[in-house]
Structures are given as C-alpha cells and as structure tokens.
Design a protein around this ligand. Structure first.
Ligand SMILES: *Cc1c(COP(=O)(O)O)cnc(C)c1O
Length: 485
C-alpha cells in the first residue's frame, strides 16, 4: 500500500502509476519499507534477479507471473537492457555509468520499465481506453519517454520541448522518432513555458475516451527501477573487493527534480550501507539553499546552463523527503506546500538536521574545469551533469576529509553535450554536429556510440510553434484522438 504526502489516502501501486499524483496534489510514497530487505544473500543475484526481488518486495497488487513478464519485457529490448550499467574507476572515485539506454541518459533506467508497468496497470484495472502521454521536457525525458512508450499498444506520446535550453543532439534525437502515434513539438520559449502549457492542457482539456497521463518523475513507477542500481552498485563493489560487506559508501548525484537521489535515499532505507548522499546542483542552486540555508525559494530567475537537465527551480520530489522529515504528518506537509504555492518560499531549516545529505553546487566555470581535469588526470570523459557531481564530491572531500568510498552517478553520455565538451577541452567549434563530435573522439579516444550516428543521420527537421499556438494545436490533437477513440 502507498500513502499520499498530503492526505490519508491509501492507494495500490497500479492506481498510483495510472494516476501519477494523489488527490489534492500530493505525491505517493511507500509507507512500509525497512532495512530488513538488504541481506547478504542478495550478493549472488544478477541485476534482473535483484530487480525481481525488489519489485516483489515493493509491489503488492501485481502477481508473480506478471511481474516477471514486466521485467522481461523491459529488459529484453534488443537495443538496451537496463542491466548494462557500466563502471569506470578513476584515482578517487567509481563512476556508475547509467547512460547506455536509448536516449543516452539515465532516464532510460526508469522509462524503459514504466511504460510496461503502465500498460499492465491498465489491464489489471480493466481500462481499455487508449493512453495519451503528455510530457514537457528539458531534454532527456522526451527521448526516454518516446523510446519507452512507442513500444506500448494503443498509446500516443506527445512531447513539448523548449527551443531554448536543449542541446543540439537532444533536439535531433527527439526528432528522430517517427510514427503517427508520436507527436513532437518545439515551443518558442524555455522549459517553464512548456511545463505551463502542459499544466494548462491537463486542467482544461476534457477527454472521455482516452486516459490522459504524464511520464514525469513524480510518478512512483519511475522511482522503483531507479532504486535497483544503488543496491546493485553496492553489491558489485563488495564482489570486487573494493569495499567489505557492511562498510559504508557515499554517492554524489547530479540533481534536478530530486528523483534520482530520492531513489538513493530509498536504497538507504532498505538497508544499503550509505553514509552520505551528495545533492549536486548547478548554478540554479535551489536545493543547496534549501539544505544549507534553510530556505526553499522558487521564485528566482532560471539561469540556462550547460547542464540543462538540472535547470530547475521547483524540485518536485523533495516533497517526498520533506514528508519523512515532518514525521509523515500529511497535514503539516499540506500546510507547508500551500504556503509554498502562496509565498513562493518556505522555511526548510528542518532539512539540514539530516546527517545523510550534503548539498553543494558548481558554477559553469567549475563545470568546464572539472570536465578538463577529469580528462587530463584520469583519461575519462564525462558530461556536464556528471562533472557537477564530481566537483561537489571533490569539494566534500576537501571539507570533510571523509575517505568513505565515493560513487559518482554518471547520468548522460558526454556526446549529448558536445559543445560544452569542446569548450571545456579548448577545441574549435566549427563544422556540423557530427564533425564536432568526431573531433572530440579523435582527441579523447572515447568512442562515440554508433547509435548516436544513426540519430544524426536519421533525424527530421523540427516542428516549431509559438506558446499560444502550441496550446491551441495540442488541444486539437488531443481532442481529435479522443473523438476517434
Ligand atoms: C534528469 C537528469 C538529471 C536530474 O535528475 P533528477 O532525478 O531530476 O534529479 C541529471 N542529469 C541528467 C543527464 C538528467 O537527464
């Protein structure tokens, strides 16, 4: 059973997955997990068997056979098996590389599983309507959602991305998906503009014959698959004798919506010996202030950065952690979230009482320098998001002298952000995108994933709309799908 952060609602997993949000804007949370899950017998399990065991532990309204089927469906994609996470050791850290999926970013880890859970949840709840997934993206969610949901029967996926902010490769990649059930638009504006159009559509569009839903990271179905790699990484470090069973480790996580790091927090609650979780932010350091200064303030100016997937002012999943900090008192959470909506800021001094989290951020210059330094000193190529996690891990180490083994969660293939890499490595930026990517490859000897060249060769040109037009066009698109369903 799940609970809501803002009311005494209970829900089954399938309901929570289909609904996304709880009744009055609350988020669904697990209420009955504890550290008995983590046992030495997990050490012998493959990634898939571990996934199965975790899903069985967390999910109570799906039968064994169906769970097994979901995992097979999700993990047997010829293009990507989520258990192909890889590791790179450098002088100080272990990098956990989560970017081998269809969108070359860690969001595939969840969005390769969620669509299958979604379809199964519909079956279990006897819903036969087609699904319309409506999503705003700052880059990575779009491609990951398109890749994941395009394989589902009877499902339309609509993606809006801003012309400002997404990288050239991210844009090409979204426009490389082709099917009459995939609808992709660029909107003149930034991510918030896209988000607002989507919110307005959810509020104002009436549908009768379709299930209108979203794929964003507040869905509990996205968190579940993300817990697996925290547990698996720990077990892997033990198996490779880098740490002893029971010894603590740290993770540094590039953080935007607090989804990835919240999965790490759940791994800790399930018993994985984690000492510190580093909340690594870019110059939009809302979370650093929330944890270190005790002020969570969301009416700031968004500064577009070279780590666009973390350009965020409202960090939605933080509410789930706040709920635990306030002793799971949903009335208090509700009050707090109401004042956040009204005053655009709240006092979060209760957050820094936690010994588990450390919060830090990197400026743009710190990010460039870290990419260069990691390449020069460790011969490893990382993307800007991962560079931020590295910078904050170094800063943490200097400040605390804590020698606990540190895992850096590496969230994107560096070639997704080639222009930032060229700047960081002081290489020229002329030529088309493929030439620029190959320049980095020649210089670093870090191979370009061949699937990226395919995207480059196969993408279509973008379809661009003004904000006003986007609302009208999409309202019609959704209305038409509803009418013919
Ligand atoms: C989405 C994303 C993040 C942020 O993850 P959250 O779960 O939103 O905190 C970090 N890096 C990359 C590359 C991403 O795509």
């Amino acid at each position: 059973m799940l609970k809501s952060t803002r009311s005494n609602t209970n829900a089954t997993i399938t309901t929570a997955i289909l609904q996304g949000l709880a009744d009055n804007g609350g988020l669904f949370v697990f209420n009955n997990i504890d550290s008995t899950f983590f046992q030495p017998d997990l050490l012998s399990l493959s990634y898939r068997k571990l996934t199965n065991k975790l899903f069985r532990y967390l999910i109570d309204d799906i039968e064994d056979d169906d769970l097994q089927y979901i995992i097979e469906q999700s993990y047997n994609d010829p293009n990507f098996q989520p258990d192909t996470v890889s590791y790179t050791s450098t002088s100080n850290f272990t990098y956990l590389n989560l970017y081998h999926g269809n969108s070359f970013a860690f969001k595939d880890m969840a969005l390769s599983v969620l669509p299958n859970l979604f379809t199964l949840s519909k079956q279990i709840q006897n819903i036969n309507k087609p699904t319309v997934i409506l999503t705003a993206t700052s880059g990575d969610t779009g491609s990951a959602a398109l890749a994941g949901f395009s394989k589902q029967p009877n499902t339309y996926t609509i993606v809006l991305y801003p012309t400002k902010g997404v990288s050239e490769f991210q844009e090409m990649q979204m426009n490389a998906f082709q099917s009459d059930k995939l609808i992709i638009y660029a909107v003149d504006g930034n991510f918030d503009d896209c988000q607002n159009i989507v919110k307005q559509l959810f509020k104002e569009v009436q549908v009768d014959n379709v299930l209108l839903s979203s794929a964003n990271s507040i869905n509990i179905g996205r968190l579940i698959p993300q817990i697996v790699y925290y547990i698996y990484s720990y077990l892997k470090l033990v198996r490779e004798n880098i740490i002893k069973y029971g010894e603590e480790i740290n993770f540094s996580v590039p953080t935007g919506n607090f989804g990835n790091i919240y999965a790490g927090y759940l791994a800790k609650r399930l018993g994985v010996p984690i000492k510190k979780l580093l909340i690594s932010s870019n110059q939009n350091n809302v979370l650093t202030d929330a944890f270190n200064k005790g002020i969570y303030k969301i009416d700031r100016t968004l500064h577009p950065s070279i780590s666009p997937s973390m350009d965020i002012l409202i960090s939605s999943n933080l509410e789930r952690y706040i709920y635990d900090c306030l002793n799971q008192d949903y009335d208090k959470v509700n009050e707090l979230m109401e004042s956040l909506a009204k005053d655009k800021q709240i006092d979060t001094s209760f957050l820094n009482k936690s010994n588990l989290f450390y919060a830090g951020y990197a400026t743009e210059e710190d990010t460039y320098q870290t990419i260069r330094k990691v390449f020069q000193e460790d011969n490893h190529l990382i993307d800007p998001h991962t560079a931020i996690a590295t910078f904050v891990a170094n800063e943490y180490h200097e400040k605390t002298k804590d020698n606990t083994h540190m895992v850096i969660v590496s969230t994107a293939n560096p070639y997704k952000f080639s222009d930032a890499l060229l700047d960081a490595l002081h290489l020229p930026k002329d030529g088309n995108l493929l030439e620029r990517m190959e320049r980095i490859e020649t210089y670093t000897k870090f191979p370009i994933d061949p699937r990226m060249k395919k995207v480059y060769n196969e993408h279509l040109s973008k379809k661009q709309l003004s904000k006003e037009k986007a609302y009208v066009v999409l309202k019609k698109v959704i209305g038409d799908i509803d009418a013919k369903s």
